[in-house]
Ligand binder design. Structure first.
Ligand SMILES: C[S@@+](CC[C@H](N)C(=O)[O-])C[C@H]1O[C@@H](n2cnc3c(N)ncnc32)[C@H](O)[C@@H]1O
Length: 336
C-alpha cells in the first residue's frame, strides 16, 4: 500500500492485478481520478459527505447510480432528530445533483423502504418519486419490489417483507441488457400447442425476464456477506442492476455507499466504482471488500441463487408437537 499526503488530499493506493482501489478525503481527488483512464475495475471511495463529492463531479460523468439513502429509521448512522421533512429536504438537494452527474442514457436506481412511526407507515418511494417526477428528462422504468424472508415480527400490522427500487433512465435512449440477467424458465417443458412451432419448447432457452419482483435474502446476521454495517445491500441485488444497465468499463456511483456493496458488484462485473461514505469505519470495511473483490477473494450470494426451503427433516424444518401445519380457513369461509 502506498500513502500520499497532498495537502487537502490524502490518498491510500493499493495496486492490484486488475485495477486499483483508492480512498480520497477531497472531492478534487475523485474528480481527478475520474478524468484519468483506468485499468479495468478500479474504485475511488470518498470519505465525507456525498453532497460535497457530487458538487465536485462534472456533469454527465457516470453511467449508473445505485444507492440506498438513510431512511430516518434510527439506525446507528442516522441523526435521532432526522424526520420525514429532513428526508424530503435532503432529497430535494441530492436528487437533482445525482441526475446532473448522470450521463444521458444512464440509469438511477434508488432503493428505499418505509418510514414507520407509531405504527404508521410512509412509503419513502412516494416521496422520492414526487421529487424525481419534477426533474426534467428522468423517466421511471420500473418500481422493483425487493422481497425478502426475514425481518421484524410485527404484532399490530403485517410484517414488512419488501422494499422498492425505483429505476429511472435519463432520456429514452438507454442501456438495457436483458440477456445478461435472464433467469431459468419456471416451466421449461412448456411447448407451443399449435402453429408451425407446435411441439417445440415455447420459452427462451436462455431464460426469462427476472420481472420486477426480486426475492433476494436481505443481509441479516447469518448472511455470508454480513459486516458491521446495520443495513448493507446484498451484492446480488446490485449485480443484477449493474449487468442489465451498464457495460464493462462503465462507471457506477453510490453516494451513500456504506461498506461499498455496490462497489463489490461493480468491480466483480468489471465496471469502475465511485462511492461516498461519511463513516470512516464503513469506508475502511468497504475498501477491504473492494480489494478482496479485485483479488477474487470476495464471497457473495448471486441474485439468481434459488431461495432454500428448509427440509421437513432438518432441525429447523421439523415441526414440534402443537405447531400448525396449515391454517384452517374453513370457519372464516362459513361465517362470511
Ligand atoms: C442505508 S446505508 C447504505 C448502505 C450501503 N448500501 C451498503 O451496502 O453498505 C446509508 C449510508 O449512508 C451514510 N451516509 C449518511 N449520510 C451521508 C452523507 N451525507 N454522505 C455520505 N454518506 C452518508 C451512512 O453512514 C450509511 O452508511
Amino acid at each position: 500500500m502506498q500513502i500520499y499526503d497532498l495537502g487537502d488530499m490524502e490518498i491510500f493506493v493499493s495496486k492490484l492485478e486488475m485495477g486499483e482501489v483508492t480512498a480520497y478525503k477531497s472531492p478534487r481527488g475523485v474528480r481527478e481520478w475520474l478524468a484519468k483512464p483506468h485499468a479495468q475495475a478500479s474504485a475511488a471511495v470518498f470519505e465525507g459527505e456525498c453532497e460535497s463529492l457530487l458538487k465536485g463531479l462534472p456533469e454527465s460523468s457516470v453511467d449508473l447510480i445505485v444507492s440506498s439513502p438513510p431512511y430516518c429509521m434510527g439506525k446507528s448512522y442516522e441523526s435521532r432528530r432526522d424526520n420525514l421533512d429532513d428526508f424530503v429536504a435532503n432529497h430535494q438537494v441530492i436528487l437533482p445533483e445525482v441526475c446532473r452527474v448522470l450521463k444521458d442514457g444512464g440509469s438511477l436506481c434508488w432503493q428505499v423502504g418505509f418510514h414507520v412511526l407509531d405504527g404508521v407507515a410512509t412509503p419513502l418511494d412516494f416521496l422520492v418519486h414526487e421529487i424525481m417526477s419534477k426533474i426534467e428528462g428522468m423517466k421511471l422504468r420500473n418500481r422493483i419490489a425487493w422481497t425478502f424472508g426475514h425481518g421484524l415480527h410485527c404484532q399490530t400490522r403485517f410484517s414488512g417483507r419488501y422494499e422498492t427500487v425505483l429505476w429511472y433512465t435519463k432520456g429514452d435512449d438507454y442501456a438495457f441488457d436483458l440477456d445478461a440477467v435472464r433467469v431459468p424458465q419456471k416451466y421449461p417443458g412448456k411447448r407451443h400447442t399449435d402453429g408451425p412451432k407446435k411441439g417445440q419448447p415455447s420459452g427462451n432457452p436462455a431464460g426469462k425476464n427476472p420481472s420486477d419482483v426480486w426475492d433476494i435474502p436481505n443481509v441479516n446476521a447469518n448472511h455470508l456477506e454480513k459486516t458491521a454495517h446495520p443495513c448493507q445491500f446484498p451484492v446480488g441485488l446490485v449485480q443484477r442492476l449493474v449487468r442489465a444497465l451498464t457495460k464493462q468499463g462503465d462507471v457506477v456511483l453510490d453516494p451513500f455507499c456504506g461498506v461499498s456493496s455496490a462497489g463489490v458488484a461493480a468491480l466483480h462485473e468489471k465496471r469502475h466504482f465511485i462511492g461516498a461514505e461519511l463513516n470512516p469505519e464503513y469506508v475502511q470495511l468497504g475498501l477491504e471488500r473492494l480489494r478482496a473483490t479485485l483479488k477474487g477473494e470476495v464471497r457473495f450470494r448471486p441474485a439468481d441463487r434459488a431461495i432454500l426451503e428448509p427440509s421437513p427433516t432438518s432441525i429447523v424444518g421439523r415441526r414440534p408437537p402443537g405447531f400448525a401445519s396449515s391454517i384452517d380457513m374453513s370457519e372464516a369461509m362459513v361465517s362470511s
